[in-house]
Write a protein that binds this ligand. Structure first.
Ligand code: ADP
Ligand code: MG
Length: 243
C-alpha cells in the first residue's frame, strides 16, 4: 500500500538518508528506533515533504511520486494523505483546540468550514477534550496539547500517520495519556510510523520495529526479535545503552 524506495536526503553534502527502502502494509504499526542524529526525523519529514528528498520515490495507494521532482500538486496530495504529529505539538498558539483541528481540514483538505468544525467536535470527543474545545494551547497541559496535536492528525483520516517522538517533550506525568491515545489510534488499525524512545510501548504496539543508524535501516523485525534477539551488533549496542 505504501512503498518508499531509494529515499535519499543530504544536508550540506552529508548523506542523512541513504537510499531507504520501506514497504508499509495497510494497518501496520511500525516503530523506528535508533541513536539521535541518525535520520529518523528526516525520514518522517521527507515522507510529508517537510524536507524535500534528493532522490527516491514514494508510492501511496496507487499514486507514485518522484520525490526529488514532486510538483506542488503532488506535494499537496501526499500531505493530504499523510498526517504528522510533532514532538513539540506545533499548535497555533493563537487558535483554540477546536480551531487548531479545524484549520488543517480547511487548509490542507479544502473541506467546507462547517463540515470541518463538525469533524473537529467529533475528534475532540474522541480525544477526551470536548470540554477544552475553546481553550488556547497555553491553557492546556503538555499532555492535552499533544492530544490536540494527535487529534489534528486523526481528523485528516490519513492513510499514514507519522509520529516524531510524540512524548519526548512531555513532563513524565503526561506521557501516559498520550500513549493511551496512540493505543486507541492503533486499535482502529490506523497505519502508523512512529519514532519513539518508549521501548515498552514499542514492544507492545509495534507490528514491526526498525532500527536505523547512519541514515540506513540496519535491522528490522517483530519486536520480540529486535528487543530479545537482535542480530546486528549496532542494534545490540544501542539497546544496551537505552535499556
Ligand atoms: P534523528 O531524528 O534520528 O535524531 P535527524 O533526522 O533529525 O536525526 O538528523 C539527522 C542528521 O541530519 C543530523 O546530523 C542533523 O544534524 C542533520 N540535519 C537534520 N536536519 C537538518 C537541516 N535542516 N539542516 C542541516 N542538517 C540537518
Ligand atoms: Mg529526531
Amino acid at each position: 500500500m505504501i512503498e518508499i524506495s531509494g529515499l535519499t536526503k543530504n544536508f550540506g553534502g552529508t548523506p542523512v538518508l541513504n537510499r531507504i527502502d520501506l514497504s508499509v502494509a495497510p494497518g501496520e504499526r511500525i516503530v523506528v528506533i535508533g541513536p539521535s542524529g541518525t535520520g529518523k526525523s528526516t525520514l518522517l519529514r521527507c515522507l510529508n515533504f517537510l524536507d524535500r528528498p534528493d532522490a527516491g520515490t514514494i508510492r501511496l495507494n496507487g499514486m507514485t511520486v518522484d520525490a526529488a521532482k514532486a510538483t506542488k500538486a503532488e506535494i499537496l496530495a501526499v500531505r493530504r494523505r499523510t498526517a504528522f504529529v510533532f514532538q513539540n505539538y506545533a499548535l497555533f498558539a493563537n487558535k483554540t483546540a477546536r480551531q487548531n483541528i479545524t484549520e488543517a481540514l480547511v487548509t490542507v483538505q479544502k473541506r467546507p468550514r462547517a463540515e470541518a468544525e463538525a469533524r473537529a467536535d467529533e475528534i475532540l470527543r474522541e480525544i477526551g477534550l470536548a470540554e477544552k474545545a475553546g481553550s488556547y494551547p497555553a491553557a492546556l497541559s503538555g499532555g492535552q496539547q499533544q492530544r490536540v496535536g494527535i487529534g489534528r492528525a486523526m481528523a485528516l483520516d490519513a492513510e499514514l500517520m507519522l509520529f516524531d517522538e510524540p512524548t519526548s517533550a512531555l513532563d513524565p506525568e503526561w506521557v501516559g495519556e498520550v500513549l493511551d491515545l496512540m493505543r486507541k489510534v492503533a486499535q482502529a488499525r490506523q497505519t502508523m510510523l512512529i519514532v519513539t524512545h518508549e521501548m515498552q510501548f514499542a514492544r507492545e504496539i509495534a507490528d514491526r520495529v526498525i532500527f536505523m543508524e547512519g541514515g540506513r535501516i540496519v535491522e528490522q523485525g517483530p519486536p520480540s526479535q529486535i528487543f530479545d534477539a537482535p542480530q546486528d551488533a549496532r542494534t545490540r549496542d544501542f539497546l544496551r545503552r537505552v535499556g
